[in-house]
Design a protein around this ligand. Sequence first.
Ligand code: TRP
Length: 339
Amino acid sequence: MRIVSGIQPTGNLHLGNYLGAIRNWVRMQDEWSAKGGECLYFLADLHAISMPHSPAELAANTREMVAALVSCGIDPDKSVLFNQAQVPAHAEMQWLLNGTARMGWLNRMTQWKDKAGKNREGASVALFTYPVLQAADVLLYQATHVPVGEDQKQHLELARDVAQKFNNDFASEDAPVFTLPDPIIPPEAARIMSLRDGSAKMSKSDPSDMSRINLTDDADAIMQKVRKAKTDPEPLPGTMEGLAGRPEANNLVGIYAAMAGISPADVLARFEGQGFGQFKPALGELLVEKLSPMAARYRELREDRAALDAILAKGAEKARALAAPTLARTYDALGLVRG
Ligand code: TRP
């Protein structure tokens, strides 16, 4: 049993990143390692060059993301944590799988269509073959399970198609080269919205810092942002129907629920009839209690470049060893002579 998952490096991490992806990785690490399973988590820095990017930012974001993951609970001794760029097998495997992936399959990918938009001629080749690299990422390690968001399900199906076709074309039925990985779609992660506008996602690119809770925020900043969060004048309702048409109230209740590990309905049961004058301090204190230890570690670790590079180097070494046998078998199956 082996989980493999990747995330594109971004900087300025916030509550939305934590509740959307990071926390889920931490949970899976803890559940799977208790059952003797393995988790490989990587920063998809090779994928990041498929769109226009700043090299300096990519390097900084890669390190910042490692700092965030480790601060939030990814343990480099329990999980294999690395970046693709230090494991050349990813790029090699992509090339080997390019012979199997079909143009027609890639043409149907909705992410390609969305990101290329009307200007397909001007899109990078890397953007087009992005899903083949993603297939290489997981097939390289014989992943059995791949946790992905709903938007990445199609890419995982493509990875299965590539594995299936490769096995059919180049391996015997009793000795397939690749395992077909199953997706794990996490139970609908709370969609965390801006604190200033309940209809926009919490985002690092929102010009207002008051719109988001950063993973670097201290207790005062968190309390202030929650206190100033946009709301309506009504008290909290007793049932979920009562939140209809109240996006800001809905968002704050959702954040409370996600942080407390209870359902939004339970939050309402607890706070029914109370106004935001009471609810906001309770939410602020909960956020401070849960985020402060992580934020303190994060503020420290993100400044410690040597420690971050050491974490990545160690993870990459393990990943290279895990990738080697499947990579060798793939070369071999294709008739590529390597001495
Ligand atoms: N494409 C994924 C995303 O944007 C990131 C990713 C790259 C990934 N390789 C992967 C996810 C392999 C799971 C498995 O979210």
